[in-house]
Ligand binder design. Structure first.
Ligand code: ADP
Ligand code: TRP
Length: 318
């Protein structure tokens, strides 16, 4: 495979099974397949600034995402791992996109609509409103082919495609049109309450959960006694075990919700433990982690700078 793959994660909290199965697992698979291409995975800290406005917190959370990336198997020899704020071209290009985008178009964005449902319009930051243009810049700066994400980001990738097309129409062929990469079995991973698993809903199972956390969260999964089997438990279980294998266990233990939850607890513990151990080891050498970010910065910057020069030329500000 010889493609350019790119995705970002906001440093807004601990990653959960939704982030992993919906997106991050695919980062690793694609990285390992795309041997002759380029892979970029970055910490979307300027996106997170809409939510986290505390220097100590954002610094820690950003470093945390790099450690998460390494713990799940991203390899700095195969992927460029960097921080969005280290590459000034992201915000520079976002501004240019803002100027060719209209207000009604941005009003359709999910991130903005979600923010409206959570609070008053007067409280939504302008950064939240123009968020899709920063995301478009993240993607288009690197001539990205494929963007692995969960279903909730699909619309934002479409915005990036539209923006590339619009820019190309106005200024001439400049940007490549990216494709979203969304896997079918985990496009929207459900949380302990049966709604989309999300950091903001308090329904997550952390990816690097301790054994105690696994026990507590699995026991809190809401079960519906009307069905054949506890669907919420089964859905989480089937993220990492085959359906055939599970159907047998769930049939044998029909109605025994506690037994089934205990089976999920055991399997989750076995699944999470090696990654958690690896994360602990990586986290113990912060200097090595900073070095990876430094190297990523150099590589990403070279590409971003060259692309931006081209953009400046076609719009006439060079
Ligand atoms: P959150 O919604 O928990 O704040 P992020 O915005 O940090 O998560 O998302 C990081 C990546 O994980 C994105 O690609 C997003 O689409 C994916 N993702 C988040 N939640 C889920 C979910 N419940 N199911 C599938 N993918 C998800
Ligand atoms: N908006 C994405 C999220 O909320 C994070 C993100 C920012 C991203 N820039 C990106 C994902 C570019 C893919 C490509 O999860």
């Amino acid at each position: 495979m010889q493609k350019t793959i790119l995705s970002g994660v906001k440093p807004t909290g601990r990653p959960h099974l939704g982030n992993y199965f919906g997106a991050m697992k695919q980062f690793v698979e694609l990285q390992n397949k795309n041997k002759d291409g380029i892979n970029y995975f970055f910490i979307a800290d300027y996106h997170a600034l809409n939510l986290i406005q505390n220097a100590k917190e954002i610094r820690e959370l950003s470093l945390g995402v790099v450690i998460d990336f390494l713990a799940i198997g991203l390899d700095p020899k195969k992927s460029v791992i960097f921080k969005q704020s280290d590459i000034q071209e992201h915000t520079e290009l976002a501004w240019i996109f803002d100027t060719i985008t209209t207000v009604p178009y941005l009003k359709r964005a999910h991130a903005y609509k979600d923010a409206l449902t959570k609070g008053k319009e007067e409280e939504v930051s302008a950064g939240t409103f123009t968020y899709p243009m920063l995301m478009a810049a993240d993607i288009l700066l690197y001539d990205t082919d494929i963007v692995p994400v969960g279903q909730d980001q699909k619309q934002h990738i479409e915005f990036a495609r539209d923006t590339a097309e619009k820019f190309n129409r106005i200024f001439g062929e400049t940007f490549k049109i990216p494709d979203a990469y969304i896997v079918k079995n985990a496009e929207t991973v459900l949380g302990t309450d049966g709604k989309k698993m999300s950091k903001s809903y308090n329904n997550t199972i952390p990816l690097f959960a301790t054994d105690e956390e696994i026990e507590k969260t699995v026991m809190s999964i809401v079960t519906d006694s009307s069905g054949e089997r506890p669907e919420n438990v089964f859905a989480i279980h089937s993220l990492f075990k085959s359906k055939e294998e599970l159907e047998k266990v769930y049939k044998e233990n029909k109605g025994k919700y506690k037994v089934l939850k205990e089976a999920l607890i055991k399997d989750l513990k076995d699944f999470i433990k090696p990654m958690r151990k690896k994360r602990e080891k990586i986290a113990s050498d912060k200097e090595a982690v900073y070095k990876i970010l430094e190297e990523g910065k150099k590589k990403a910057r070279a590409t971003a700078r060259a692309k931006m020069q081209r953009v400046k030329k076609v719009i006439g500000v060079d």
